[in-house]
Design a protein around this ligand. Sequence first.
Ligand code: NAP
Length: 333
Amino acid sequence: MSSRNKQWLLASRPTGPVEESNFRLVEQEVPALRDGELLVRVHYLSLDPYMRGRMDDAKSYAASQPLGEVMIGGTVGEVVDSRNPNWPKGELVVGMGGWQEFHVTDGKGLIKAQRGLPESVYLGAVGMPGITAWYGLFQIGKPKAGETVVVSAASGAVGSVVGQLAKLRGCRAVGIAGGPAKCAHVVNDLGFDACVDYKSEDFRQRFKEAVPDGIDVLFENVGGTVFDTSLARMNAFGRVALCGLIAGYGGQDVSLKNARSMLVNRLLVQGFIVVEHLEHWPEAMKELGAAVATGKIKYRETIAQGIEAAPRAFIGLLRGENLGKQLVKMGGD
Ligand SMILES: NC(=O)c1ccc[n+]([C@@H]2O[C@H](COP(=O)([O-])OP(=O)(O)OC[C@H]3O[C@@H](n4cnc5c(N)ncnc54)[C@H](OP(=O)(O)O)[C@@H]3O)[C@@H](O)[C@H]2O)c1
């Protein structure tokens, strides 16, 4: 086993779009374990939009990422050494190992991954993004059969699960995504009823045609124009699960023109942060795991090879270059 550990540190805070120079690659010895600790060899690192917010030094719901420290990130990997009887060698574990090849932990906050499903799904459809979809849709959106559910960033890790869960509950699922290829995937592979390309010139008109009965549940991942276009088509007493505003993560304006719809349609608009609802995670993981195992929920992954590729893949995620869950596979092919 290699005793060297490659790590990406946050070197500087972005002043505009994220650049590879905002990160620094270092290599360290894997430290010796103390009593109660275990060593995990990371197999997959998850790259997620929230990391962009952590790179800034602005007030938010979570503390910003300190400069000079290993970038925060969800991981799945195998326990390769242990001085903690609760986490023996060979166990497959999901945790917050960060952008590095190995991590040492006392086991707090780790989740055991069941063997049987591909381990990477614990960072996607059966992990944090899938649980985000499950929580926002069911605990806030509360869709009823026959209702119309709209989700933006529909081909992504969260959005793809939202639409498929909505279909399983008997709803009409409509996605919004960037480009014809992503929209075709959302309809043809994931089974949404429709998907509209927000980059197309006639986006507003095509979106109106895709939701002929209006919108009952909006799962918002993007903000800005995309959010505004959906707000204008909400039905009375509609519910908006406000999950993300990725259109503004680089500091862009995400102001709303159609805020009036919230009053006129007596909307429920609820922002949420999935890690504040850990009590729902076991139930959600059970339902999502069963749905993935039986093929009722399909998922796509974009996998960058090797720890060195992490910054470039993260920048790609923020530019919409990923299809489905963006991961980094450690050790290359
Ligand atoms: N509240 C929570 O607890 C929670 C938890 C997890 C995720 N989230 C949020 O959920 C959203 C989706 O996350 P994810 O992990 O599933 O990411 P993702 O959808 O897999 O990847 C991000 C996607 O966002 C879209 N995007 C990027 N910039 C955009 C822009 N300027 N305008 C419109 N779309 C843009 C791109 O798709 P297109 O090519 O289609 O534009 C890109 O592929 C994010 O806003 C994230 O912050 C929130």
